[in-house]
Design a protein. Structure first.
Length: 279
C-alpha cells in the first residue's frame, strides 16, 4: 500500500490544478494499492461512482494524468460547467450522440491517454455498485486498449454523495476523509464484459472497504462513537407493533441500561436490541 502521489498530473492548466490539489489534500487523505498495474499507453479506467468528488480521489491515486468524461447536459445547463469542461479537457458524452462520444473517447485512448468512465452512468443512490452500462465494451474494442477496473471507498456520506437521499443539503464532514483506492489487473478488451468488470469492481470494492480506519479499531467502541455522533438519526424501524422508528440515541440508552431492567420488557420489545447488547 502506498500513499497518494502528488496531484500535479492533470490535463488542466497549473493555475487550476494547483489550487485543486491543495483543496483536495485538505479534504481527503487518499491511499491506494495496485497503481503499478496501470499499463503504459492508452487504457480505459472503469470506476464505481460514489460522489462528485470521485475524480479528485482517483486522480490523486493515479501516477498518470486522467482524461475525464462528463455528461454533455451539464455543459448546456450552466456556463460554469462549460468553462470547467473546456479548461480541464473533459470529454463531453451524450446518450443522444453515442457515435460521436465513442469517437472522442477512442481518439484519446489511441493517443495513449488514460480515460476514466463511470460505467454505472450515474452516481450511486445507495452507496453500492449499480447496474453497469455496456458502452465501455465497444469503446475499448474500437480503440484496442485494455480495461482497468478501479474501486474506491470512503466518499459515501460526504456532501457530494447521494446519502440521505439528497445532494449538498446535509451536514458536511468537518474532519478529513480517508479514501482508499484499489486498482485491479488490466482486462483485455476482448474479454472486458459487464459481467467480468462488475465482478472485478465488487472484489476491489471489498478490498477498499477492508481498509477503513474504523475496522482497524475496536468495533464495539467504534459503534458507540458512530451512534453518539448523530443521536437523532433513525437506525432501524421496529415493525412488531405498528411502525416505531428507533434512533441512535435510543440504541445507546438501551445498551447503557442495566441488564435486569430488560427482564420486565416483553420479549418482542427486546428482540431488536439484544444483538446490540450482546455485541
Amino acid at each position: 500500500m502506498n500513499a497518494s502521489p502528488a496531484f500535479t498530473r492533470s490535463h488542466a492548466p497549473w493555475w487550476i490544478a494547483w489550487p485543486a490539489s491543495v483543496l483536495a489534500r485538505l479534504l481527503y487523505r487518499v491511499s491506494s494499492r495496485g497503481a503499478e498495474r496501470i499499463p503504459d499507453g492508452g487504457a480505459l479506467l472503469l470506476a464505481n461512482h460514489i460522489s462528485y468528488a470521485d475524480v479528485f480521489a482517483l486522480q490523486m491515486a493515479c501516477p498518470r494524468p486522467i482524461r475525464f468524461v462528463g455528461h454533455e447536459g451539464l455543459m448546456r445547463e450552466h456556463w460554469f460547467f462549460r468553462l470547467v469542461f473546456k479548461l480541464t479537457g473533459t470529454i463531453p458524452v451524450s446518450p443522444a450522440n453515442a457515435l460521436e462520444t465513442m469517437r472522442r473517447v477512442a481518439a484519446a485512448l489511441k493517443a495513449g491517454e488514460l480515460v476514466l468512465l463511470f460505467p454505472e452512468g450515474a452516481i450511486s443512490r445507495t452507496g453500492q455498485l449499480m447496474k453497469l452500462e455496456r458502452g465501455f465494451e465497444l469503446m475499448a474494442r474500437k480503440a484496442g486498449v485494455p480495461v482497468v477496473p478501479v474501486a474506491h471507498d470512503g466518499l459515501w456520506g460526504s456532501v457530494l454523495s447521494f446519502s440521505d437521499n439528497k445532494y449538498l443539503f446535509k451536514y458536511p464532514r468537518i474532519r478529513r476523509t480517508h479514501v482508499f483506492v484499489a486498482w485491479g489487473e488490466p482486462i483485455p478488451a476482448e474479454t472486458a464484459t459487464t459481467a467480468t468488470v462488475r465482478q472485478a469492481l465488487l472484489d476491489l470494492g471489498c478490498e477498499a472497504f477492508s481498509e477503513r480506519p474504523q475496522l482497524k479499531r475496536h468495533l464495539g467502541r467504534e459503534l458507540v462513537r458512530r451512534l453518539a455522533r448523530r443521536p437523532g438519526r433513525i437506525e432501524y424501524v421496529d415493525r412488531t407493533a405498528g411502525r416505531i422508528p428507533i434512533t441512535a440515541a435510543k440504541l445507546l440508552a438501551a445498551a447503557a441500561a442495566p441488564r435486569p431492567a430488560f427482564r420486565s420488557w416483553p420479549v418482542d420489545r427486546t428482540d431488536y436490541t439484544k444483538p446490540w447488547l450482546e455485541a
